[in-house]
Design a protein around this ligand. Structure first.
Ligand SMILES: Cc1cc2nc3c(=O)[nH]c(=O)nc-3n(C[C@H](O)[C@H](O)[C@H](O)COP(=O)(O)O)c2cc1C
Length: 222
């Protein structure tokens, strides 16, 4: 990975191709990611829209192995407990979709190997009238996920660290009014990019007026 040029890497992929092939990549190699690439994907984050163009984001890239261990030790037990009921359901229910089981396995892999992910990128922001403003950060998070896809890095959006959020924010040195909203584990992917499973657009797009009769989920009267 020493021969990569962060300035040119990822500049040639088409926007729509990147959008269609960005998915949660949770199996990552432990190999380091150059700081210049972390900078590049965070710079993509800075081009996101924000209310009043306040640009509330702070990006904290945790790369130190001991510090990643600290995060992983807390994330792992909470995540494994969180996902256990869904795993049990999948084991009992013969109709449980294989796609969901695959996602569960990948998410468990991430929890068990989080300390190995070379970059734990935290995205922090701000509070307004005492309330965390996570929505203000999600456009920046999405830009980062797309930028990771463009440069060939694997990444996924996680929020589970909020279960130990106050402790984590203090540990990162953040002030109380600047809590983290997301933890994006980043690294070189073990697997491949691909089109993620999504509903067809024609199931969710309506012109002029919502038509419950055409909605397979049938959100009638809700
Ligand atoms: C608000 C939000 C929170 C999420 N939190 C987590 C999380 O804590 N852990 C995790 O493994 N994935 C998390 N995800 C990722 C989703 O599980 C993932 O986007 C979804 O399964 C689709 O994956 P795909 O793009 O590979 O199809 C989160 C996604 C969103 C939008």
């Amino acid at each position: 990975m020493n021969d990569i040029d962060p300035a040119t890497l990822g500049e040639d992929i088409g926007l729509f191709e990147a959008i269609r092939t960005t998915r949660a990549i949770r199996r990552l190699k432990p190999d380091p990611v150059p700081d210049a690439l972390i900078r590049k994907v965070c710079e993509a984050g800075t081009f996101a829209p924000s209310g009043g163009n306040r640009q509330p984001w702070k990006f904290i890239a945790v790369t130190d192995p001991e510090r990643r261990q600290w995060v992983a030790e807390r994330y792992r037990p909470i995540f494994l407990e969180y996902i256990q009921p869904a795993v049990e359901l999948g084991e009992k229910d013969p109709n449980f979709p294989e796609r969901k089981k695959k996602m569960q396995r990948a998410a468990i892999h991430l929890a068990e190997h989080l300390h190995e992910a070379p970059v734990h990128l935290f995205v922090a922001g701000w509070t307004r009238r005492g309330e965390t403003q996570n929505q203000a950060l999600m456009p920046a998070v999405m830009n980062i996920l797309l930028a990771c896809r463009a440069v060939g890095l694997g990444a996924s959006l996680t929020t589970l660290h909020r279960s130990f959020g106050a402790e984590c924010d203090a540990w990162l040195g953040l002030p109380k009014n600047c809590p983290t909203a997301a933890l994006i584990p980043i690294g070189w992917p073990l697997g491949k990019y691909g089109t993620p499973p999504r509903k067809p657009v024609d199931e969710v797009l309506f012109f002029d007026r919502y038509d419950a009769g055409r909605d397979p989920e049938g959100h009638r009267g809700k």
